[in-house]
Design a protein around this ligand. Structure first.
Ligand SMILES: [Fe+2]
Length: 245
């Protein structure tokens, strides 16, 4: 009986309702994501198969760890566009970045350096998983002042906020948009992450789902989770703006 229930709860995979993935590490050789052009092409083929029409690629900009700049990222983006044409993979790609909120990021802001954006003015930011950034509120404030819209990547993965749920509300009130990792909903990062993500869905905190795709383990887990009814039920509860990007 359990087996037949399990089978019947499996459904056909189709992520076309998301349309746009706005968080991944699929540009080759820039960070801890795809390493080679061949690997990137393989992932773009998979994204197309999953149902996405556009990938907005977000290499880490993390001083001392991933020293990317807008020009280094755009250069690789342009090369990848050519490679996609040659490989006849019909998927749109754009590039932004995932900025670590650290001293270097605050310098970029205070020096008025142009930032890579998702769409017209959205800037994807992240913090360490170990401790909150001492600059997070100032960064959100300054981004807003400068006409950017901050998107906080995977807030459900910041365990130091679990007992400070009001801090999430504060960042939202400051004008931050929250992006949930698709795999957080599956339990891939552990049950505490899934639990808080479900609570955040109930609280209407998220407006975006991103794959945050780095490597093949993520692909396997995404494929497994997106044939479950649970994924679509959860995603349907989020007022998604992926398709507007
Ligand atoms: Fe990421």
């Amino acid at each position: 009986m359990f087996n037949s229930f399990f089978r019947s709860s499996r459904i056909e995979r189709d992520l076309s309702f998301l349309g746009v993935d706005m968080h991944s590490h699929l540009l080759p050789g820039l960070d801890d994501g795809a390493a080679t052009i061949e690997e990137s092409l393989h992932y773009f083929g998979l994204m197309k198969e999953l149902g996405y029409r556009k990938c907005i690629l977000t290499p880490h900009i993390f001083n001392g760890v991933h020293n990317n700049t807008p020009s280094s990222i755009i250069q690789v983006l342009e090369r990848m566009k050519q490679e996609l044409v040659l490989a006849e993979i019909d998927i749109e790609i754009e590039a932004a970045a995932e900025y670590m909120v650290d001293e270097h990021f605050m310098e970029l802001l205070s020096d008025d350096q142009p930032l890579l954006t998702i769409g017209k003015n959205n800037v994807l930011i992240e913090m360490s998983y170990a401790a909150p950034s001492p600059f997070i509120e100032r960064a959100i404030f300054e981004l807003n002042i400068k006409g950017y819209k901050p998107i906080l990547a995977h807030p459900e993965r910041y365990g130091y906020y679990y007992n400070h749920f009001a801090q999430y509300e504060r960042l939202l009130e400051m004008g931050c948009v929250f992006q949930c990792n698709l795999l957080s909903l599956s339990g891939y990062y552990g049950l505490p992450v899934k639990k808080i993500a479900l609570k955040m869905i109930k609280s209407n905190f998220f407006k975006l789902i991103g794959t945050d795709l780095h490597h093949h383990n993520h692909v396997d887990a995404i494929k497994a989770f997106t044939i479950t009814k649970e994924f679509y039920d959860l995603a349907n509860q989020i007022p998604l703006m992926n398709n507007t990007l």
